[in-house]
Ligand binder design. Structure first.
Ligand code: HEM
Length: 420
């Protein structure tokens, strides 16, 4: 088959192709243009995410197209060792242990360790938005990308003045690896990525050189390392920081933008965000299933593997279509319906599955949940700008809104006011 994820029908509405692929025999297809094997069924995507012997992560952060030689020469200078999403055994279990020991990853621990930071940043951004009553603003720019980035900067001890640079580098990495930029743009983005890597190395060096004891995340990683390269090298500490600054920001931004989009699509849903906060976790689960922030993720086969009636050779790049798997009728009832009350939603694969399961899932849910409830309470009349049409950045992995223009309104909509 031939498939263009960067333009046209798939970019506007990927769910139509997901349905066609799921309905076709086998559910596995080879795309000739990008040379990717597309895997769609829930059981197959789940297996590929979890079976690290057969499906490796070595090329997960490697561009999906042929990079021009000039950009490749720059990329080759980025000597970040694989640690998390790009690492395979035996490196992955060792670096994963470091992540688990240092990064809070359960609901309770996230609340305890990061709750105050998240609340402070949510309140700050919501107050900033409420001050713009009557104006049209872009919620992607002013809230969805801003919140997770500010929270990460707080956790990692990155100065707030660097926010614009970090945002541009992280956006650049996503376009460089999973988009299809023109050659001149590839070179520019590759140079940015090299600068970003050097910056992360600098953050770690600063903490190593400092006489002041600190308790930020970099200090925790260094304390865990305890001077022992067998536990974690200095380069691996920098690489974890490098990965977290992208993994923890662009993904949560996507979840929040999709959740806002779904919630604002119906005034009753928006009202319920503030009035019935206990329903927000279920609402987020359904958003994760229905509109995942990452709807395709890469693996490479370490040996031939048969899925249904397709045999994928060794060394083949596979795109696990998480978005399609989340709508597999074998697992989800009426899969194409957005239904926050459903009971089968938590089987979604949007945070991955198995040894690489997302370390930041609980943090992402805390951030998005608080942002939704507090924004809805402060701005009950918030509504999508008239004439807004959903559109996304061209990318095979991250489904990110180009913008979410809304009209800021603190008033309760007239038709919804309770009768006197
Ligand atoms: C809605 C938000 C998020 C989504 C949809 C998401 C999605 C994912 C997925 C699909 C994976 C699996 C990768 C694989 O199997 O190769 C993953 C892994 C990971 N995520 Fe997230 N993520 C989110 C938020 C976060 C946050 C907030 C952080 C940290 C601050 C984070 C850090 C990581 C890391 C470090 C890994 C790699 C874990 C490993 O390889 O062992 N993520 N994430």
């Amino acid at each position: 088959m031939r498939w263009n994820p960067f333009a046209g029908a798939y970019l506007a509405d990927p769910a139509r192709l997901w349905r066609e692929l799921l309905d076709s025999p086998g559910g596995v297809h080879h795309d000739e243009d990008l040379g990717l094997w597309l895997i769609t069924r829930h059981a197959d995507v789940r297996r590929a995410l979890g079976d690290t012997q057969t499906f490796g992560n070595a090329l997960t952060l490697t561009p999906v197209y042929d990079v021009c030689p000039e950009a490749m020469a720059v990329i080759m200078r980025i000597d970040a060792p694989p640690t998390t999403a790009a690492a395979d055994p035996p490196v992955h279990p060792r670096t994963r242990r470091a992540l688990r020991a240092t990064f809070a990853n359960t609901t309770d621990r996230v609340e305890q360790r990061y709750g105050a930071i998240v609340r402070r940043r949510v309140d700050e951004l919501v107050a900033r938005l409420a001050a713009r009553t009557g104006q049209q603003v872009d919620l992607v720019r002013e809230l969805a990308t801003e919140l997770p980035l500010l929270v990460l900067l707080d956790l990692l001890g990155v100065p707030e003045r660097d926010i614009a640079r970090v945002r541009a580098w992280a956006d650049g990495q996503i376009a460089l690896v999973w988009g299809r930029p023109e050659p001149a743009e590839q070179v520019r983005l590759a140079r940015g990525l090299l600068e970003f890597w050097r910056y992360c190395q600098g953050l770690v060096r600063d903490r190593l050189d400092s006489d002041r004891p600190g308790d930020g995340y970099v200090d925790q990683l260094l304390a865990y390392r305890n001077g022992d390269d067998e536990v974690l090298t200095i380069a691996e500490v920098s690489s974890i920081v490098f990965n977290l600054l992208v993994a923890g920001h662009e993904t949560t931004a996507g979840l929040l933008a999709h959740a806002l989009d779904q919630a604002l699509a119906d005034p009753d849903r928006w009202r319920a965000m503030a009035a019935e906060p206990h329903r927000v976790p279920g609402f987020l689960t359904e958003t994760l299933r229905f509109a995942p922030a990452i709807d395709g993720w890469l693996r490479v086969t370490n040996r031939p593997v048969t899925l249904g009636d397709a045999t994928i050779p060794a060394g083949a790049r596979c795109l696990l279509l998480i978005g399609a798997a989340n709508r597999d009728p074998a697992v989800f009832a009426h899969p194409d319906r957005f239904d926050p009350g459903r009971t089968d939603g938590s089987d979604h694969l949007s945070f991955g599955h198995g040894p690489h399961f997302c370390i930041g899932a609980a943090l992402a849910r805390l951030e998005a949940g608080l942002a939704l409830t507090r924004l809805a309470a402060a701005l009950p009349g918030l509504r999508l700008a008239p004439g807004h049409r959903r559109s996304f950045q061209p990318n095979v992995a991250f489904r990110a809104h180009r913008g979410l223009p809304v009209v800021v309104d603190t008033a309760v909509p007239a038709a919804r006011r309770p009768a006197a």
